[in-house]
Design a protein around this ligand. Structure first.
Ligand code: ZN
Length: 94
């Protein structure tokens, strides 16, 4: 069961609830009494468990490494032949 964070739009009171996926995304605020004042916020529980999450480590950091490694597999010989076979020979006289 996911942990949802609610925040009251009227008084700013915060609240965390363990609810099912089908639970309503808003309910009355017990702090100020506003009906449907408590709005469900995006849960950050998953990111907190991962120790900060991807957004804390810099999303654009390690991206260039993947671009450099990409051409390598395409230049390698395909299939089981080593290059001296018929399918790799550039000169075909007959
Ligand atoms: Zn409230």
């Amino acid at each position: 069961m996911p942990l949802y964070e609610y925040r009251c739009e009227t008084c700013g009171e915060k609240e965390e609830k363990l609810e099912g996926f089908s639970a309503p995304t808003e309910h009355a605020c017990e702090h100020c009494g506003t009906a449907a004042g408590m709005k469900r916020q995006i849960s950050r529980t998953a990111f907190n468990l991962a120790g900060g999450g991807w957004h804390a480590q810099g999303y654009s950091g390690p991206a260039p490494e993947k671009k450099e490694a990409a051409p390598a597999p395409s230049s390698a010989p395909k299939g089981g032949c080593a290059g001296g076979c018929a399918c790799h020979s550039p000169a075909k006289d007959n």
